[in-house]
Write a protein that binds this ligand. Structure first.
Ligand code: SAH
Ligand code: MG
Length: 219
């Protein structure tokens, strides 16, 4: 990426999306535990907050916690009686996320649930609707996650998937079948008449980012 692009990214981050101690602590915990550096960027975190507040989010669902970095951004967009539920399959990641949430002072509005997302999602039916769903786990199941997100949402809910830019690769774990799954995901976003969608490259190299959809009010 050119220096100019980097400078612009940094300027936006410094002005609009500075990290605080809670976010930096989550990154430090992940690094100390040897986790890969695959968190969303600060600009992505700020965009998630922007979207959550724009849709008046009180309940947010995240699929894929890692060490709580994106979850802290999301939790901070909630009112004090709001709730973020984040789903995570890896027990170590669950512990790191809980610890990062406590360090950021958001444990009162967060719940970390351990298990495979596809097994945990059916248990959320009674807790729906979620105002915002952030999908950022294994990419092979992303279409199933989208189907669950739509089932658990309301008109006006927003569904964001990370690492879902057509052709984007930078932050994605190499995973069998993920490109096909992401292509099908994006196809669904643009053909479902109940959704209005857009994808935006947002990471530092503009090679990866969010695919986003808002559920239309019924006509
Ligand atoms: N959202 C985080 C990054 C998540 S990385 C951030 O930006 O800060 C992807 C996470 O998804 C990893 O922690 C991985 O363990 C988890 N994951 C992978 N497969 C999963 C599954 N089937 N169910 C739940 N979590 C899963
Ligand atoms: Mg990601």
């Amino acid at each position: 990426m050119s220096t100019l692009q980097q400078q612009i990214q940094r300027a936006i981050t410094t002005l609009f999306a500075p990290e605080d101690d809670g976010l930096r602590n989550s990154l430090a915990l992940a690094k100390a535990a040897g986790l890969p550096d695959i968190q969303i960027s600060p600009i992505q975190g700020r965009l998630l907050q922007f979207l959550a507040i724009a849709c008046n989010a009180r309940k947010i669902l995240e699929i894929g916690s890692l060490a709580g970095y994106s979850g802290i951004w999301l939790a901070r967009a909630l009112p004090t009686d709001g709730l973020l539920i984040t789903l995570e399959v890896d027990p170590l990641h669950v512990e790191l996320t809980k610890s990062a949430f406590a360090g950021a002072g958001v444990e009162d509005r967060t719940e970390v649930r351990e298990g495979k997302a596809l097994e945990l999602l059916p248990q959320l039916v009674n807790e729906a609707p979620f105002d915002l769903v952030f999908i950022d786990a294994n990419k092979g199941d992303c279409l199933h996650y989208l189907e669950w997100a739509l089932r658990l949402s309301r008109p006006g809910s927003i569904v964001v998937a990370d690492n879902s830019i057509p052709g984007g690769t930078k932050l994605r774990f190499p995973e069998e079948g993920s490109d096909e799954a992401i292509a099908t995901y994006n196809q669904r976003l643009v053909t479902d008449p109940s959704l209005v969608s857009i994808a935006l490259p947002l990471d530092e190299g503009y090679t990866d980012g969010f695919a986003m959809a808002v559920v239309r009010q019924e006509a």
